[in-house]
Design a protein around this ligand. Structure first.
Ligand SMILES: CC(C)(COP(=O)(O)OP(=O)(O)OC[C@H]1O[C@@H](n2cnc3c(N)ncnc32)[C@H](O)[C@@H]1OP(=O)(O)O)[C@@H](O)C(=O)NCCC(=O)NCCS
Length: 170
């Protein structure tokens, strides 16, 4: 299944797996709060970086972050542990896309791995003219890719509805 759109007709579809970005960070004292856990802001920075690389890879162009949704901190990551980030494009619209990022901790002494964060980031492809430009559609080949596409679409629509509500437009 390809996310067809008339404006996409001339752009080749890209599979979510082609956009996967993996990043590993060793948590150092400078990354931590007074409890010895990684600071939320540091994790947010790494999430934004990983997601931006996936978006750039998908569009072969620089994309800007428009919104971050559903960011959770489920478990702490301690100094000396690893943070593994995986980002991939899961939804494409016309000029925007959504990247899902999952963060896991690894305790290298015990081998224990825990999911610690998840987030959905919307990026807009700014073309050569610096204006929102069409993004390549996603090539969805598995049930999971279709389910992730539909979930991210709902998250983006929810975000846009909330913004309209805040602006008093609905
Ligand atoms: C993101 C930005 C380019 C959008 O500009 P805009 O004039 O609102 O663009 P448009 O109204 O044409 O919308 C473009 C796309 O972005 C989506 N979009 C815009 N704002 C959004 C938001 N807050 N949340 C989710 N999607 C958003 C639109 O739905 C549209 O998607 P579609 O084409 O796939 O349907 C502009 O707001 C901007 O430059 N923001 C600052 C970005 C930035 O500095 N980020 C941090 C550093 S990278």
């Amino acid at each position: 299944m390809s996310t067809n759109n008339e404006k996409h007709a001339s752009i080749s579809a890209v599979s979510p797996s082609e956009t996967i970005v993996e990043m590993t960070e060793l948590i150092l004292p400078n990354d931590a709060n007074v409890l010895g856990n990684v600071q939320g802001g540091r994790i947010m920075h790494w999430i934004d970086l990983a997601a931006a690389v996936a978006a750039h890879r998908h569009c072969k162009a620089v994309c800007v972050t428009a919104a971050i949704e559903g960011l959770s901190f489920l478990n702490p990551i301690k100094v000396g542990q690893l943070a593994h980030l995986e980002a991939k494009v899961v939804y494409t619209g016309t000029t925007s896309l959504v990247t899902k990022v999952v963060v896991k901790s690894e305790d290298m002494d015990t081998g224990e791995i825990k999911k610690t964060s998840e987030a959905y980031l919307t990026f807009v492809n700014l073309g050569r003219n610096g204006k929102p430009s069409p993004v390549p559609p996603l090539l969805l080949q598995t049930e999971q890719e279709i389910a992730e596409f539909q979930k991210a679409k709902r998250i983006k629509e929810h975000r846009l509805a909330l913004e309209k509500l805040e602006l008093g437009e609905i």
